[in-house]
Design a protein around this ligand. Structure first.
Ligand code: AMP
Length: 172
């Protein structure tokens, strides 16, 4: 993980002043770092019977797809409004830098599914809390929550359901 850490780029004041942005593109473009991220993520969920990984647009699509592939699970995108073509459900929330809404297809998850929700970074937790609510409304057997990076100082875990099992590979 020290190797992966060394490949993550900090960008000050992006996308707005005061935000220290954790840029994972520099880790994803490095073959060894990408391999470690994919392997370590999948080790967290090997024995959990995961059937679907939900990746949050857009940076959550990268790790989420790799995780789904490694686990032999399906991949479900949680997207910004108006991007998904069929019948959707949606939820609005506050972000570290602004307001947003996410949507998933109503038929993406069912009662037999065991789901991992994945995003690259846990900041305030608003995005993931909204995704959790959406997926929960589709009544899967169980929902896990996962991030590559957790920004501890923003206390995003407080925004997540108290009983949710949350993992992250790296904390800052
Ligand atoms: P939040 O809802 O505040 O937890 O924000 C999480 C979402 O915003 C994730 O999809 C991240 O990609 C992005 N994000 C928020 N803050 C940061 C940050 N400081 N560095 C990198 N990504 C961030």
């Amino acid at each position: 993980m020290e190797y992966v850490k060394s490949k993550i780029r900090d960008v000050q004041d992006f996308p707005q002043k005061g935000v220290l942005f954790k840029d994972l593109t520099t880790a994803f473009k490095d073959a060894r770092a990408l391999h470690i991220i994919g392997w370590d993520l999948s080790q967290l969920y090997r024995d959990k019977g995961i059937t679907k990984v939900v990746g949050i647009e857009s940076r959550g699509f990268i790790g989420g797809s790799i995780l789904a592939f490694e686990l032999g699970a399906g991949f479900v995108p949680a997207r910004k409004p108006g991007k998904l073509p069929a019948d959707t459900i949606s939820c609005s929330f506050d972000k570290e830098y602004g307001k947003d809404t996410i949507e998933i297809h109503r038929d993406a998850i069912g009662p037999d599914d065991v789901v991992v929700l994945h995003d690259d970074v846990l900041a305030t937790g608003g995005t993931m809390a909204a995704a959790y609510e959406l997926v929960k409304s589709l009544n899967p057997k169980k929902i896990y929550i996962n991030f590559i990076i957790e920004l501890k100082s923003l206390n995003g875990r407080a925004a997540l359901p108290a009983d949710a099992e949350v993992t992250s590979l790296l904390s800052y």
